[in-house]
Write a protein that binds this ligand. Structure first.
Ligand code: PNW
Length: 468
């Protein structure tokens, strides 16, 4: 850990005065309280218990026990000076059986209602994700969840309607889905995430991932439009979706084939969802060309829905961690898939801005350190501080040199948590959690973010300022 993250120095470049910083989490990863107060089981409860070989032998029955420690966690957050906290609601706490004809669980509603009130009491704005991977098990058992587009769309609309009605008077920013790409590919093709569909368990991996994507796009559009029609005027909030994506560098810049391959990868990764959601258009032509009728078709009615819903999206929610090419680039972090490559981040900010012209909010970014073992090294996390610094510099350059609009940055994650199929191995937190005692300790990267945001925002006062 004494070794440098990379050969590059953090420059601590300015950020706009009103730039918002925050932290992000997801319900299943931190809450625990797996069956507390009437919560129903989700596909993650089932997956982690029935397929422990696919979750490092671990589950999130307890996780960080955030469900019973919200007051402590909010105080820690407030001490770091965050503007925003992005968390997700567990659908199966609100409607334990998931469906539109199933009962509502008032105790689940009370939990999130209190959480929101406590955040606001500390001047922290809640950013609420409706779906971060934990579908109620009952809707999966009934109709395969995402695999039945119409049923899912109607049940998700009902769930979202309840959330807007009960919480929307205090929430200004909504996210419908976290990372549709991961839900489609990792959960319905590779099988590494719940419900774990893949060739090995005999599911139809040729068509399922694309049906799942189709369902998410249409469910997002339905809910965005419903929010705009029924709630936006009175509640004055914004809604959108969060898309993830690595940047892709051509292996050989001089090769037009490599350049096409890298661009194609971004289209399959990001424009798969981005074009229908933000532009109201069909899937990118290159996807149709490669996938043929494995890719579902939007009916005329669905196209109309997409077109009406597209302008409702108020921002582009961007989760970003790393860059790939034919070979991996940059120094290794604490997980194999993540390398430190801030220049790829800057290029992807430009790519997204050019294609969708929406203010970008970086809704997740962060990394685990290599070899994070005991508390002392884990809390003195120089590698992570450097990663944050370099990625924030990339945002400054995108804003001031490239004129991309970036309005906020949420570090992943508020605290160490259950990292899905990797269990409690990789630690992404800016707060350390001892998973035996559940004691929390703010890491140096947490203090670093507090200080660097204060400093960077002090340096400049408006987006139109320039530092060069
Ligand atoms: C995100 N990739 O997932 C999720 O939103 C979080 O819940 C998760 O804890 C975090 O990243 C860290 O893993 C991703 O390989 C995981 O490109 C991996 C990738 C992308 C997103």
């Amino acid at each position: 850990l004494e070794t440098a993250t990379s050969d590059r120095e953090v420059e601590a470049l300015p950020l706009p005065h009103g730039f918002q910083w925050g932290t992000a989490t997801a319900a299943y990863q931190i809450e625990g309280g797996a069956s507390q107060d009437g919560k129903g089981p989700s596909i993650w409860d089932t997956f982690s218990h029935l397929s422990p070989s696919r979750t490092n032998g671990e589950n999130a029955d307890v996780a960080c026990d955030h469900y019973n420690r919200t007051t402590v966690d909010i105080k820690l957050m407030a001490s770091l000076g965050v503007d925003v906290y992005r968390f997700s609601i567990a659908w199966s706490r609100i409607i334990p059986l998931g469906g539109r004809n199933d009962p509502i669980n008032e105790r689940g509603i009370a939990f999130y209602s209190n959480l929101i009130d406590e955040l606001l009491a500390h001047n922290i704005a809640p950013v609420v994700t409706l779906y971060h991977w934990d579908a109620p098990q009952a809707i999966y058992d009934r109709y395969g969840a995402f695999l039945n587009t119409e049923e899912f769309q109607a049940d998700f609309e009902n769930y979202a309607h309840i959330c807007f009605s009960r919480f929307g008077n205090r929430v200004r920013k909504w996210v419908t889905f976290n990372e549709p790409y991961i839900i489609s590919i990792f959960a319905h093709l590779n099988g590494t995430l719940a419900p774990g569909h893949c060739r090995a368990v005999g599911t139809d991996t040729k068509t399922e991932p694309w049906i799942v994507g189709h369902t998410i796009i249409l469910s997002h559009a339905t809910v965005a439009l419903m929010y705009a029609n029924e709630f936006r005027d009175t509640q004055k909030g914004e809604i959108s979706i969060v898309l993830n994506g690595h940047y892709y560098e051509p292996y050989d810049q001089a090769s037009s084939q490599d350049r096409d391959a890298a661009e194609r990868r971004l289209l399959f990764y990001i424009a798969w969802f981005g074009d229908p959601v933000f532009l109201g258009e069909d899937y990118p032509a290159v996807m149709r060309a490669y996938l043929g009728d494995r890719l579902p078709t939007f009916t005329a009615k669905q196209r109309e829905l997409l077109q009406r819903a597209a302008p409702v999206n108020a921002y582009y929610g961007m989760n970003h961690y790393s860059t790939n090419e034919g070979k991996t680039v940059g120094p290794a972090s604490g997980v194999a898939w993540l390398r430190v490559a801030p220049e790829g981040f800057r290029k992807l900010l430009n790519w997204i801005w050019k294609r969708y012209r929406l203010p970008i909010i970086v809704t997740e970014n962060g990394c685990p350190c290599p070899g994070e073992k005991d508390v002392s090294t884990a809390v003195d996390d120089k590698f992570r501080q450097n990663y944050f610094g370099l990625y924030l510099d990339a945002i400054s350059r995108a804003i001031y040199e490239d004129r991309v609009t970036v309005d906020g940055y949420y570090a992943w994650s508020l605290m160490d948590n259950y990292e899905w199929s990797a269990g409690y191995g990789p630690r992404f937190g800016i707060i350390h959690v001892d998973f035996e005692t559940l004691e929390r300790t703010i890491k140096n990267s947490g203090y670093y973010l507090r200080d660097t945001f204060m400093e960077r925002r002090r340096l400049s006062h408006s987006k139109d300022a320039t530092y060069i």
